[in-house]
Design a protein around this ligand. Structure first.
Ligand SMILES: NC(=O)CC[C@H](N)C(=O)O
Length: 356
């Protein structure tokens, strides 16, 4: 069965339908250069309402395991692949990627030259696209049913463990591995939704606050910015990806939409305080305007080496910091995992984290 991928600029790709064969969707077309970790990527809530194009040509070859989901189900709207593996080799695999897509009601297309498609996105920027069962003319593009662009937030239960450190995690669409990483470093984690206010968070007696990753434009979360301003006065605070962008906005910096974003697991980031370069996992389409940070009490601590965009912030004198990349790295390299121990450590010392 054929499937048609039509871009906002009218360009069309024809491929074979996989996953949910009949469903038609519209979403923001983005690409990731990750060679592995497709299960973690498609279940990452930050991909909500986005169609993921994999630049790596063969996807699905080690199947789907019971342990890699970053949220209870697939968050992305659809996946675009050059080739989907039909034969799976991995001892932990419980189903194929195609079966997982079908079970989750998510459509996909295979047989697409995803490198050619990526070159188009790189040139024109991220754009909307439709995945349909019949060819779509450019004029009918905007008449297809638009997907709901409202941001949803998954909630994780409150895990119990022995260690007294208590992190309240504000869930804008958190990845499971962030909760897991905090627990690995000995913290209890209470997950709250962004409807929480300062008083309701204070009532949980946190030792530290984590602002999670999440989908959408950071400027949509203006209601929560006053809460961040209060939280940063009282608690160690760590922001990841969307959380980093919100920390910036709360302190008066600006964010903007990037041309095609950073999605991949080999983004080099330079720590401006130590000179050290690490390889990081990334998934974001917005960024903090690095020049706008000058007018705030914050300081830029890190940049992406390829395009010099802002990758880290701190609030000098306070245990408050954030990173644009993903220290929980699911998927990706583990060079930034230590940021979790820095965050937990900041709950034990006064003055806290200075090397985000
Ligand atoms: N992974 C994230 O938290 C993404 C943040 C934001 N939605 C962006 O695309 O920039």
């Amino acid at each position: 069965m054929k499937k048609y991928l039509t871009l906002e600029n009218g360009e069309q790709f024809v491929g074979t339908a996989v996953g949910d064969l009949t469903k038609e969707i519209k979403g923001e077309l983005v690409f990731t250069t990750s060679m592995v970790g497709y299960q973690e990527s498609i279940t990452d809530p930050s991909y909500t309402n986005q169609i993921i194009t994999f630049t790596y040509p063969l996807i699905g070859n080690y199947g789907i395991s019971l342990h890699a989901n970053q949220s209870p189900t697939i968050a992305a709207s659809a996946v675009v692949m050059q080739e989907i593996a039909t034969t799976v080799f991995h001892y932990q695999s419980v189903m194929t990627l195609d079966e997982f897509l079908k079970k989750s009601g998510v459509p996909g297309i295979t047989g697409v030259d995803t490198r050619k498609l990526t070159k188009i996105i790189r040139k024109h920027g991220t754009m909307k696209a439709s995945l349909t069962n019949q060819p779509l003319s450019k004029s009918s593009f905007n008449q297809t049913k638009a997907v709901d662009m409202v941001v949803k937030s998954a909630t994780f239960s409150h895990p119990e463990n022995e260690h007294p450190d208590h992190v309240v995690l504000v869930d804008f669409g958190v990845k499971a591995n962030i909760v897991k990483s905090l627990r690995n470093f000995g913290a209890n984690v209470t997950v709250v939704t962004p409807e929480a206010n300062f008083e309701s968070i204070e009532a949980l007696h946190p030792d530290g606050i984590l602002l999670s990753n999440g989908p959408g434009d950071p400027e949509e979360f203006t209601d929560f910015l006053p809460v961040i301003r209060e939280l940063q006065e009282h608690y160690p605070l760590f922001g990841i990806c969307l959380g980093h962008q919100l920390l910036a906005l709360a302190n008066g910096a600006r964010t903007y939409k990037m041309v095609f974003g950073h999605r991949g697991i080999n983004h080099p980031v330079k720590n401006l305080l130590t000179g050290e370069v690490i390889i990081t996992s990334q998934n974001h389409g917005f960024a903090v305007d690095i020049d706008s940070v000058d007018e705030t009490p914050l300081e830029v601590t890190a940049i992406e080496i390829n395009d010099q965009t802002c990758e880290g912030l701190r609030y000098p004198g306070k245990p408050v910091f954030s990173v644009q990349y993903h220290p929980e790295a699911a998927p990706g390299p583990h060079e930034a995992t230590r940021l979790f121990s820095k965050f937990i450590g900041s709950m034990h010392t006064n003055g806290g984290v200075q090397h985000a």
